[in-house]
Design a binder for this molecule. Structure first.
Ligand code: FAD
Length: 537
C-alpha cells in the first residue's frame, strides 16, 4: 500500500461548482488546501453528464458564480439555458482564471475517511492516505450513479451507456435499435435527440414525470449587454429568494384568482418554460386544490401534443402533485412520441422480466436492442457520502448515524463527525434551489466557521446531537407543510434506490430562509456547535 501523507488544513473532495469554490476560498484565506477528484479534470456534474441534450434548467446567467463581479462581467453565456459543453468550458475557465488546478489531484477516488488523532485520514482506491484537519465533502448530491440491478443486465451483448457517465467520444447511434431505461430529467432531455439519430427507440418508463418545454434560444448581443448591466440587480433579487433565482411567483394564490386570470398566469409560465412552472402560484406546492389547477393545465398540454390518446395517458403521471417530484424540462419530449420510430413501454403495466444478450423482455413482449441507455439517475443527496462512509473519533460510521435517515445540522454538518462538512447534502435546500449560489452560501459559511475557530485557537468543530436533531425535525416539519412528501416514487425521498430509507431529504423552507438561518447561527457565535481543541479545551 502506498502511503502519501499530505498534511493540509482543508481537504476538498470534488471539483464541481462547490469544490472549486471551496478550494478557492480556502486558498485565498491563506489555508493550505488540497482538492481531490475522481474525474481526470474539473467540472463535476458537467464533466460526467455529457449525454445528448444535457443542459441546465435554471437560466445560465443565474446558474453561475456570483462571488466575483469581474468573472461574471467577462464571461458570455451564448444561450438562455447553456448546454453541457458550455457549462464545462465555464468551469474550466474558472479553474484557469483562479489557478485552481494547482491545488488539485485528479483521478483520485476517495473510498474511506476516519477522524483519528484530531484530523481526517482520507484513503483512496489507490491505497494512498491523506491527512487533513478539515474535510469538505463537495461530492455532489447528484453524482453517485444509480446502476439498477435488473436481472440479466450483465449479459447484454450490445453497447451500454449511462447518461450520468456518458463517454467523452459521443457514441454513434445512427441505424441502431436503442432501448432507454428511465424517464427522469436526463432521460427526458436525451430522448428527443436520440430519437433523431436512432433507427428505433424504445423508452422504458417506470415512473412518468411532468415536463415543461424549455424555450431555449441564443441571447442577442444587446441582451448580453443588458445582462451584464443588470447583473447586480439580478443577484440582489436572487440572494434571499426562495429558489435562489430572481423569479418569484404570481402575486395571488391560485385559489383566490379567477379562472381567466389563472389561465393567463399559467400560460405565461408555460411559455417562459422550465422549472419556473412549478412555482407559478404561491400556494401551488402546499394547497392540493391550487396544485390541481396547475396539474390539470399541464396534463391538457400533454394531451394536445401527443397524437395517440393511449400514449398520452401513459405519459401523464397521475400519481403525484405537479412539482412534488423534480419538474423536468425538455426540447420536444412529448412530441417525440408522435414519431414512427419511437415507442413507449409502461413498466408499471408490463415490468421488465430480464435483459438478455440481445433484448429487453417485459412480462408482455420482447424488445430487441443494439444499445441500452440507462437514464436511471442517482443515489441522490446521500449516496456520494455514504459510499465513503466516514468514521468519527468514537468509531461511529456515517451509515450507522444515518440508519434512521439523514441527521444533519443545517444540512452541512453531522453529529459524531467533527470537522467534516457536506455541501448540498440532505437537510439543505440543495436540489430545490439554484445550486451554484447555494454552494457559495454554504462554502462561505464553512470557511467563516473554520477561520472563526482558528482565530480563537480552536481546531475542532462539531454539532451538538440535540441541535442536529432539532434542525432535522425542522426539515421534516417544513416538508410536511408542503405537497413534496406526496410523491411516493420521488428521489427526494430516496424512493428510486432499493432498500434506501424513505425520508424527505431537501429543506423545503426556501433558500432565503435557509440562508438567514445559517447567518443567524454564525452571528450568535455558532450556537448549536461545540468548538473545542483536540485536547478538549
Ligand atoms: C444533468 C444535470 C443537470 C442539472 N441542472 C441543474 C440546473 O440547471 N440547476 C441547478 O441548480 N442544478 C442542476 N443540477 C444539479 C447539479 O448537480 C448541481 O447544480 C451542481 O453542478 C453540483 O455541483 P457540486 O460541486 O455540488 O457537485 P458535482 O458537480 O456533482 O461534483 C461532485 C464531484 O465530486 C466527485 N466525487 C464524488 N465522490 C467522490 C469520491 N469518493 N472521490 C473523489 N471524487 C468524488 C465527483 O466525481 C464529482 O466530480 C443538474 C444535475 C444534473 C445531473
Amino acid at each position: 500500500m502506498t502511503r502519501t501523507m499530505v498534511d493540509v488544513d482543508v481537504m476538498v473532495i470534488g471539483a464541481g461548482f462547490a469544490g472549486l469554490y471551496a478550494v478557492h476560498r480556502a486558498a485565498s484565506a491563506g489555508l493550505s488546501a488540497l482538492g481531490v477528484e475522481a474525474a481526470p479534470d474539473v467540472g463535476g456534474t458537467w464533466y460526467w453528464n455529457r449525454y445528448p441534450g444535457a443542459r441546465c434548467d435554471v437560466e445560465s446567467v443565474d446558474y453561475s458564480y456570483s462571488f466575483d463581479d469581474d468573472l461574471q462581467q467577462s464571461w458570455t453565456w451564448t444561450e438562455r439555458f447553456a448546454a453541457q459543453p458550455e457549462i464545462l468550458a465555464y468551469l474550466q475557465h474558472v479553474a484557469d482564471r483562479f489557478d485552481l488546478r494547482r491545488h488539485y489531484q485528479f483521478g483520485v477516488d476517495v473510498v474511506a475517511a476516519s477522524f483519528e488523532g484530531g484530523c481526517w485520514q482520507v484513503r483512496t482506491a489507490a491505497g494512498q492516505t491523506y491527512a487533513a484537519q478539515f474535510l469538505v465533502c463537495a461530492t455532489g448530491c447528484l453524482s453517485a450513479v444509480n446502476r439498477p440491478d435488473i436481472p440479466g443486465a450483465g449479459e447484454f451483448a450490445g453497447q451500454v451507456y449511462f447518461t450520468a457517465a456518458w463517454p467523452r467520444e459521443d457514441p454513434d447511434l445512427r441505424g441502431k435499435r436503442v432501448g432507454l431505461i428511465g424517464t427522469g430529467s436526463s432521460g427526458i432531455q436525451a430522448v428527443p435527440i436520440i430519437a433523431r439519430d436512432a433507427d428505433q427507440l424504445v423508452v422504458f418508463q417506470r415512473s412518468a414525470n411532468y415536463s415543461v418545454p424549455m424555450p431555449n434560444r441564443p441571447w442577442s448581443p444587446e441582451e448580453q449587454r443588458q445582462i451584464r448591466e443588470r447583473y447586480p440587480e439580478r443577484r440582489r433579487l436572487s440572494a434571499y429568494a426562495s429558489a435562489g433565482t430572481p423569479h418569484g411567483t404570481y402575486a395571488k394564490n391560485a385559489v383566490d384568482t379567477d379562472p381567466w386570470e389563472r389561465a393567463d398566469a399559467l400560460w405565461k409560465r408555460w411559455r417562459e418554460g422550465g422549472v419556473l412552472f412549478a412555482k407559478t402560484f404561491p400556494d401551488q406546492n402546499s394547497d392540493p386544490a391550487a396544485n390541481d389547477i396547475a396539474r390539470v393545465f399541464a396534463e391538457e398540454r400533454i394531451r394536445e401534443i401527443v397524437d395517440d390518446p393511449a400514449v398520452a395517458a401513459d405519459l401523464i403521471p397521475g400519481d403525484h402533485p405537479i412539482g412534488s417530484k423534480r419538474i423536468c424540462t425538455d426540447a420536444g419530449y412529448y412530441a417525440t412520441f408522435n414519431r414512427g420510430n419511437v415507442r413507449l413501454v409502461n413498466l408499471r403495466r408490463e415490468p421488465i422480466d430480464a435483459i438478455t444478450a440481445d433484448d429487453v423482455r417485459t412480462i408482455n413482449a420482447t424488445y430487441p436492442c443494439d444499445v441500452l441507455i440507462f437514464a436511471t439517475g442517482f443515489d441522490a443527496l446521500t449516496g456520494a457520502l455514504t459510499r465513503i462512509d466516514p468514521t468519527g473519533p468514537g468509531g461511529e460510521r456515517l451509515r450507522d448515524i444515518w440508519a434512521g435517515g439523514p441527521v444533519t445540522f443545517l444540512g452541512l454538518m453531522i453529529p459524531g463527525l467533527p470537522n467534516l462538512f457536506s455541501i448540498s447534502g440532505p437537510g439543505s435546500p440543495s436540489v430545490l434551489a439554484n445550486m451554484v449560489v447555494h454552494a457559495e452560501v454554504q462554502v462561505d459559511w464553512v470557511m467563516d466557521l473554520i477561520l472563526a475557530a482558528r482565530a480563537r485557537g480552536l481546531d475542532e468543530v462539531e454539532p451538538r446531537a440535540d441541535a442536529a436533531r432539532a434542525w432535522t425535525d425542522h426539515v421534516a416539519h417544513a416538508a410536511e407543510q408542503t405537497l413534496f412528501t406526496k410523491a411516493a416514487s420521488s428521489w427526494y425521498l430516496g424512493a428510486n434506490i432499493d432498500g434506501k430509507k424513505r425520508t424527505f431529504m431537501p429543506y423545503t423552507g426556501g433558500f432565503g430562509t435557509y440562508r438567514r438561518h445559517c447567518e443567524l447561527i454564525a452571528r450568535t457565535g455558532y450556537a448549536g456547535l461545540v468548538l473545542t481543541t483536540h485536547t478538549g479545551h
